[in-house]
Design a protein around this ligand. Structure first.
Ligand code: GAP
Length: 514
């Protein structure tokens, strides 16, 4: 646990030191759960967004893009259910005055029981050595089975109580389980209350006529209200999708995990409109397609898993998360939701406008069902960044810090380094820089010894360095150094562009998906 926390602290400080992420308005001591992206962060974020956009929009002839506004008519949020149901159950500790999400307290309690199971597994693996069969042990060991039953029973009761809005029972559960304030150990709890996560604001100049608005808590509703505009003007036929990326805002209560849970964040969402009755097959299709997208980046298959939801959101008939192994454990990275016709039907009801599709094959109109894929761009950033940051022991006993961001997403693709600042080397290096900069993000660095410059680029995540030396002046070759292996090759200047482009270009990486 302490090791995980140390690693997470390193991630946060490295992100700041190398210009990836800064606390927002830091000179005024920052703003809780709000962050700014620096010179490298903005490039990484842009590349992730583009990698998603190309995979969803460019590679699917039946998916198109949209950029809807953050402000929407307030009835949108009444129709979508967010005004009444976009709540978190909160509980306060009367002694410490700290506020918690009641469901998270219970889930953290079950995570502790889960840790006991892991401990039993480790003990047994040690005892039985090579003969140990983990699957069989988990299915038969009485102590493990008792723990599993305990977890199931707790989560089932929590799910049921939340669904029935029985907040008194959620409090009773917390008390029965003996859950204490994680910071102070006090068990003196208030009742559980619902807290709406939407930020409100006002539109209009005068206090009496101003209209109450919300900052959108998801980008999805902008897609639903434009369903007919896009379908008609794009002459789209079902099945088809609408994708968009953009900011969303939530007044999160538990917002402690850096950019994992923010109050202002960016989503990349796609709503896929389908014929009612086909939702099961499209649900499976998109679950698999989205995992393939993740795997194409090579962050390690073992770092992903599915988590099927037991407690479904108010709009869904099936839902799963793709979870990623963050420095603080497996957590949700992306959601795949079968949203039925809930949203379009509700917008029809509240707006009085028909939001239907005339299916020429069926010769009838219907309200389409929707399959949604929804991923947080900032969360994806954290997945890439945290898994990329590594400390490596080298053969000579020294260590190097290296940020192994997939080359396709790296902010800077190549750094051009003249070995020394004289003898005409900077001039040649500048010419190479000027030649490459049209097609990729390039850095030029002539300060310090070349070894230090390599280390700096390794830590910043630059996948390639090109060193210009005296031999360059004789035969137009340079040294191409690879960040990950530290291998160095002598290559012709005229080959550089093709070699680096091949390793960094999006289509090359995206082809892995198919
Ligand atoms: N339209 C469906 C929707 O918004 P969600 O599960 O609430 O579903 C989707 O959010 C994704 O948005 C999550 O999987 C996560 O990656 C990201 N996300 C949600 N809340 C977030 C927050 N407070 N900070 C950062 N990312 C968040």
């Amino acid at each position: 646990m302490a090791k995980q926390e140390d690693q997470f602290k390193k991630v946060i400080s490295h992100a700041k030191e190398y210009g990836y992420i800064f606390p927002s308005s830091e000179i005024y001591d920052g703003l809780s759960a709000v962050y700014d992206y620096g010179q490298n962060g903005v490039e990484l974020k842009r590349n992730i967004r583009e990698y998603w956009w190309k995979a969803m929009v460019q590679l699917h002839e039946n998916i198109v893009g949209l950029d809807s506004s953050i402000f929407m008519h307030p009835t949108t949020w009444k129709a979508s259910g967010h005004v009444d149901a976009f709540n978190d159950p909160l509980i306060d500790n009367k002694d410490s005055k700290k506020r918690y999400r009641a469901d998270v307290l219970v889930e953290d309690h079950t995570a502790k029981i889960e840790a006991k199971i892991e401990k039993e597994v480790k003990k047994a693996a040690k005892r039985f050595g090579d003969d140990f069969d983990q699957e069989q042990f988990l299915a038969t060991n009485p102590r493990v089975l008792k723990y599993q039953e305990e977890i199931q029973a707790i989560l089932k009761r929590l799910g049921r109580s939340l669904e029935k809005e029985d907040l008194a029972d959620v409090k009773a559960l917390i008390e029965e389980l003996g859950i204490a304030d994680p910071e102070t150990g006090s068990k003196n709890w208030t009742d559980v209350k619902q807290f709406n996560l939407m930020f409100g604001t006002k539109l209009g100049a005068s206090a009496d006529t101003a209209m109450d608005l919300y900052l959108r808590p998801e980008t999805a509703q902008g897609i639903f209200v434009n369903f007919l505009n896009v379908q008609k003007t794009g002459r789209m036929k079902i099945p088809f999708g609408i994708a968009q990326t953009g900011k969303a805002f939530r007044n999160e209560i538990v917002a402690r995990q850096f950019i994992f849970r923010m109050r202002e964040f960016e989503q990349m969402e796609m709503q896929f409109f389908i014929k009612p009755g086909t939702q099961k097959e499209w649900y499976e299709y998109w679950k698999e397609a989205r995992l393939k997208w993740h795997l194409s980046l090579g962050l390690g298959e073992e770092n992903y898993r599915y988590h099927d939801h037991e407690k479904l959101a108010h709009y869904a008939d099936a839902a799963a998360d793709i979870e990623f192994r963050f420095p603080f454990g497996f957590k949700e990275l992306e959601g795949i939701h079968s949203r039925t016709d809930f949203d379009l039907a509700k917008h029809e009801e509240f707006s009085g406008k028909k939001l239907q599709f005339f299916d020429p094959e069926e010769n009838k109109s219907y309200t389409p069902y929707v399959l949604e894929t929804s991923i947080g761009l900032d969360r994806m950033f954290l997945a890439v960044f945290s898994s990329a940051l590594q400390e490596e022991e080298l053969e000579n006993g020294s260590t190097r810090t290296v940020l192994r961001i997939p080359a396709v997403l790296a902010p800077t693709k190549v750094a051009i380094l003249p070995l020394i600042k004289k003898d005409g080397l900077p001039e040649v290096a500048r010419r190479i820089f000027d030649d490459l900069k049209w097609d990729m993000q390039v850095d030029y660095d002539e300060k310090d010894a070349v070894g230090r410059r390599y280390r700096r680029q390794d830590a910043a995540g630059t996948p390639f360095c090109v060193t210009v030396d005296h031999e360059t002046l004789e035969n137009d070759t340079v040294t191409l150094r690879y960040r990950d292996s530290m291998e160095q090759k002598r290559v012709a200047i005229s080959d550089l562009h093709a070699m680096i482009s091949k390793e960094t270009n999006m289509s090359h990486w995206l082809k892995r998906i198919s």
